[in-house]
Design a binder for this molecule. Structure first.
Ligand code: NAD
Length: 290
C-alpha cells in the first residue's frame, strides 16, 4: 500500500520503519524528527497526496485537529485517515466527521504497548470507525501490532484506551501502596509477590510489570525506573479520562484520585521522565503525613 506517516517521534518512527520493512511504500512527514531510512516529504499535504492510508501519530488532540485540517483536502477521495495517537474522544469524533465531509473515512486506533511494542511490532490497537475502513487497515495493524480490537463507531478506540489506562493507573497506585505497606509490616517483597500474583489482588501491574525491583518478570523497576511508560503519559491519559468522564457525567472517584496523584508526582515531585511504576519508591520515601 501507499502509506503516509505523519508524526515520527518515539512511537511513529519505529511503526513507520516496520511498515517500510514489510514492503509498503511509506512517505513520512514530521515538523522536527528526521528518522533514518524513510522517504520524507516537505509538507504534510505533499506526504498524503498519493496515499491509500494516512497514519497520524501525534502528541495531542489539538495538533491532530490542525494536521487533519491540513491533510484532508490533499488526500485522495476514498483514502483512510488512521489516527493512532492518544487524544480526547471529542477530537477523534470531530476528525472523523471532517474526514467524512471530505469524502474520506477515519479510524481512531490508539495503541498500548509503548515504545517497545512499537519497535517490536507487538502493539495492541483498539479501533473505532466504519468496518470497511477498519478492514482496509487490518494488514497494517498486523505489521505494527499483534492484536487489534474493533470497538465500534468513531471515538470508541479512544474510549477503550482511556478506560483501560484509568484501570491501569489506579491498579498501579494500589499495587505500590500495598508493597509499601507490606515493607513496613515486615513482609518480604518476594513473598508479597508470590501471594498476590496468584491471588485476588493480582493484576497486570503486579504480575507483568511489577513495580518492585528484583521481583517478578523484568520491568522498568529493574532498570532504575527508566520508562517504559512514563508517568507523564499516564498523567495525560488519566486527564483525558477525567475530561471524558465529565462530558459523559460518569462518576469516577478513583480515576480522579489517580489523576491528582500522578499530577502531584509529575508536576510537584520528581516523577517527570520516570516510569509510572516509580510510585513505589515515592511511597517508600513518604510517611502518612507526606
Ligand atoms: P513524540 O513526542 O515522541 O512524537 C510526536 C511527534 O509528532 C514528534 O516527532 C513531533 O515533532 C511530531 N509533530 C508534532 N506536531 C506535528 C505536526 N503538526 N506535524 C507533523 N508532526 C508533528 O510522542 P510519542 O511518544 O511518539 O507519542 C505519540 C502518541 O502516542 C501520543 O499521542 C502518545 O500519547 C501516544 N502513546 C505513546 C506511548 C509511549 O510509550 N510513548 C504509548 C502509547 C501511546
Amino acid at each position: 500500500m501507499n502509506i503516509a506517516f505523519i508524526g515520527l517521534g518515539n512511537m511513529g518512527a519505529p511503526m513507520a520503519a516496520n511498515l517500510a520493512r514489510a514492503g509498503h511504500a511509506v512517505t513520512g512527514f514530521d515538523t522536527h524528527a528526521r528518522p533514518d531510512g524513510l522517504t520524507m516529504a516537505d509538507s504534510a499535504a505533499a506526504a498524503v497526496a498519493d496515499a491509500d492510508v494516512v497514519i497520524t501519530m501525534l502528541p495531542n488532540g489539538a495538533i491532530l485537529r490542525s494536521v487533519a485540517a491540513d491533510i484532508h483536502a490533499a488526500m485522495r477521495t476514498g483514502a483512510v485517515h488512521l489516527d493512532c495517537s492518544t487524544v480526547d474522544v471529542e477530537a477523534a469524533r470531530a476528525v472523523a466527521e471532517a474526514a467524512h465531509a471530505a469524502g474520506l473515512t477515519a479510524i481512531d486506533a490508539p495503541v498500548s504497548g509503548g515504545i517497545g511494542g512499537a519497535t517490536n511490532g507487538t502493539l495492541t490497537f483498539m479501533a473505532g470507525g466504519p468496518v470497511a475502513a477498519f478492514e482496509t487497515c487490518r494488514p497494517l495493524f498486523e505489521v505494527m501490532g499483534q492484536k487489534v480490537v474493533h470497538c465500534g463507531d468513531a471515538g470508541n478506540g479512544q474510549a477503550a484506551k482511556i478506560c483501560n489506562n484509568m484501570i491501569l493507573g489506579v491498579t498501579m497506585i494500589a499495587t505500590c501502596e500495598a508493597f509499601n505497606l507490606a515493607d513496613r509490616l515486615g513482609l518480604d517483597r518476594q513473598a508479597m509477590f508470590d501471594v498476590v500474583s496468584t491471588s485476588s489482588g493480582s493484576s497486570w501491574s503486579m504480575n507483568a510489570y511489577c513495580p518492585a525491583p528484583g521481583v517478578g518478570p523484568t520491568s522498568p523497576a529493574d532498570n532504575g525506573y527508566k520508562p517504559g511508560f512514563a508517568a507523564d503519559l499516564m498523567l495525560k491519559d488519566l486527564t483525558l479520562a477525567q475530561q471524558a468522564a465529565k462530558a459523559a457525567d460518569a462518576d469516577t472517584p478513583l480515576g480522579e484520585a489517580a489523576r491528582a496523584l500522578y499530577d502531584q508526582f509529575v508536576n510537584r515531585e520528581d516523577g517527570a521522565g520516570r516510569d509510572f511504576s516509580a510510585m513505589l519508591p515515592r511511597f517508600s520515601e513518604r510517611s502518612r503525613r507526606g
